[in-house]
Design a protein around this ligand. Structure first.
Ligand code: MIC
Ligand code: SF4
Length: 649
């Protein structure tokens, strides 16, 4: 029987298990990437594993998230990361070199390889034909140490693209369409595999926009074939030797197939506060706009910025609009500068931010109170911009450019009436390339000392699963709680290496009293338990959304459903993820209820029904634990680090 692209690459890397959708498999990881905000903890964990050098084909440590240096913390982390990279054989991408996903696509991504990254948008690499998966830092540390990456063998959904995008309609609109069709929940354990004759009309960065934001649907990853367009992109990057052809067999079987006619797609926008809230730009037209942010790992490629520069040539930003640009990489910035497009953007009134995550994660350029902010990024969760009352809309660069001119949400197709022609930007045959912001590890790292500033603390250790979980429902939250709700990034992100301090911000956006209440419960010797609705833990890969709860004595999360990366992170830190057998039981419990899960240890070990006793209400209900044998052992010993130590001894 024919095979899909996903099956081909996964089978080639399969070390444990069998290729059978839904079953746990262990795959070999060729490449890893980390970014600074998740990387510091990942490398502290890697150090704890006692491996002298990374065992991957390539590992790259990027600095792109915490680049705003107010106070010493971020600079300390950068220096730590640089010294760890040198010591353990990792390529270090300095602050200023760009956003990990964009840079990796340009300089390192290779069709047919596996990439594991400690960032949820690692699937960007699928645009170049990789199986690129986001994971918690600890999973990435394990992969760097030569360990396998475990995942549920995915169900592959084929997306057939037909036709051509019309002028003013962009790859971003395609992925927003995907979000309209698939929403942000219910896609755990799937891969989107793109095919059909429409694929050849999309450049690699456009494909990468689509795979990048597949993360918002909650899929494991998304992948495009590697074809002549991929070859041309790699050639323009001086890397044509890295190309191999990857395509699905004609008779490959899929879980499901859908068709999208590119020529029927219109400009779309995700309205607050979820990337899954989709409307046409037409429906939102006329809304006044305060801020336009162009950039993020979704839309900051050469083509994105050139397109906007051409649209805005000779125009001035509307007086009510603060217009910010953060290019995805130093390469993009340098190339548009050499072509004169940067001057056009400056002339428009753009505020040029550094090549980094910046506004996307709310650590700079927070909009004013109640502002409407149009962003080309991928997430518009409540408060993520740094301003809780702001309304963030996600659009294509074309739609963003239209708002810069008019000061209103504007369908970019209207620009034609204003005498602005659609700029059909060609992909360059050769990029200007300068790799001097990468620091390659030395051959002889023996004398290298790891730098540890006062911001670097050791990861806290977890405790084994108790015989009985006994404690309180510390918080009960609703559906689609993201990791941004659980623990904010933005200005608090500089405490990523300081778990006690960072934990103070747990659930800040939902209930700022959480930390103190959880601490009090922990100090009284009881366990904290979190209750969630559907799709708990959407969004980022940040393991602090599990690590910090673990630090505060959370032992179980009971939800209607959980998202993939967060679920894996909970297990990694010894917190058991449980789901309601009957979702209606969710309604019967409240924050503050005294809970007991008797004999949990024995039941995880031996199997059997797991009953939760609500002592406050005098009721009980059944919960499910869907764990592989490996995951059971991890949860029992109190997390992956303890498990690895056990295995080593
Ligand atoms: C995000 O976009 O939410 C982040 C910040 O890149 C996170 C990683 C992090 O929290 O450090 C992600 O996507 O995984
Ligand atoms: Fe950075 Fe935003 Fe991309 Fe996350 S989504 S990696 S914060 S640019």
């Amino acid at each position: 029987m024919g095979r899909s692209i996903a099956q081909k690459i996964l089978e080639e890397h399969l070390v444990e298990g069998v290729y059978q959708p839904g079953k746990e498999i262990g795959i070999k990881i060729d490449q890893t990437l980390t970014q600074d905000a998740t990387g510091t903890m990942a490398y502290l964990q890697f150090e704890a594993m006692g491996v002298p050098r990374v065992r991957t084909e390539l590992s790259v440590s990027y600095v792109d998230h915490n680049t705003v240096q107010i106070g010493y913390e971020n600079a300390d982390d950068h220096k730590y990361l640089q010294s760890v990279a040198a010591k353990y054989g990792i390529v270090y991408s300095r602050a200023g070199n760009g956003i990990c996903h964009q840079v990796h696509l340009e300089r390192f991504g290779r069709p047919g390889k596996t990439l594991l990254g400690s960032d949820s948008h690692t699937p960007t690499g699928g645009g170049i034909g990789m199986i690129a998966v986001g994971a918690g830092g600890l999973d990435v540390a394990v992969a760097m140490a030569g360990g396998l990456f475990y995942l549920a063998c995915p169900k592959v959904i084929r997306v057939n693209l037909h036709g051509n995008l019309k002028p003013w309609v962009a790859a971003k609109d395609v992925v927003l369409k995907m979000l309209e069709l698939f929403t942000t929940k219910g896609n755990v354990g799937c891969i989107f595999e793109y095919g059909g004759e429409g694929v050849s009309t999309l450049s690699v960065p456009e494909r990468a926009t689509i795979t990048n934001m597949g993360a918002e649907c909650g899929v494991t990853t998304s992948v495009f074939p590697s074809d002549e367009t991929t070859w041309a992109f790699l050639k323009a990057q001086g890397r044509e030797q890295d190309w191999v052809e990857i395509k699905a067999d004609e008779d490959a079987k899929y879980e499901k197939e859908i068709d999208i006619d590119l020529s029927e797609i219109v400009p779309l926008a995700a309205y607050p506060h979820s990337p899954g809230n989709i409307k046409t730009v037409k429906e939102l037209e006329g809304m006044e706009v305060d801020q336009v942010c162009l950039g993020s790992c979704t839309n900051s490629s050469y083509k994105d910025l050139m397109t906007v520069a051409r649209i805005l040539q000779g125009q001035k930003a509307h007086p009510n609009v603060s217009f910010v640009i953060a290019s995805g990489s130093r390469q993009v910035l340098e190339n548009i500068a050499r072509e004169g497009a940067l001057a056009d953007l400056i002339s428009t009134g753009a505020r040029i931010a550094e090549s980094a995550c910046g506004f996307c994660i709310g650590n700079s350029q927070s909009p004013r109170t109640d502002a409407v902010s149009i962003r080309t990024s991928n997430r518009n969760f409540l408060g993520r911009s740094g301003t809780k009352s702001a309304q963030a809309y996600l659009t294509s660069p074309e739609t963003a450019a239209a708002a810069v001119i008019t000061g209103k949400m504007t369908d970019p197709r209207n620009l034609e009436e204003m005498g602005i022609a659609y700029p059909d930007v060609e992909m360059p045959e050769k990029y200007y390339i300068d790799d001097s912001m990468f620091i390659l590890p030395p051959r002889h790292p023996e004398g290298i000392e790891i730098y540890r500033g006062p911001n670097i603390g050791n990861p806290p250790s977890s405790s084994p699963m108790p015989d009985t979980i006994s404690g309180e429902i510390t918080i009960k939250v609703g559906d689609k709680i993201t990791t941004d709700h659980i623990i904010p990034a933005g200005s608090k992100m500089k405490y990523r290496s300081n778990v006690p301090k960072y934990s103070e911000f747990l659930f800040e956006i939902v209930d700022p009293t959480f930390h103190d209440r959880a601490k009090a419960i922990q100090d009284s010797g009881k366990h904290n338990i979190i209750v969630g609705g559907l799709s708990y833990g959407q969004g980022s890969s940040r393991e602090h959304a599990a690590l910090c709860p673990m630090y505060l004595g959370v032992k179980a999360v009971i939800a209607k459903s959980l998202e993939r990366i967060h679920l894996a992170n909970l297990i990694n830190f010894g917190i058991i993820p449980l789901t309601f057998k009957n979702d209606t039981d969710y309604d019967g419990i409240e924050q503050g209820d005294e809970i007991e899960i008797p004999r949990i240890r024995a039941i995880i070990q031996q199997g059997g029904a797991l009953i939760v006793k609500n002592k406050t209400k005098g009721t009980e209900f059944e919960v499910e634990y869907n764990l592989s044998d490996r995951q059971r052992e991890i949860v029992l010993v109190g997390g992956t680090l303890a498990y690895m130590k056990g295995q080593a001894s």
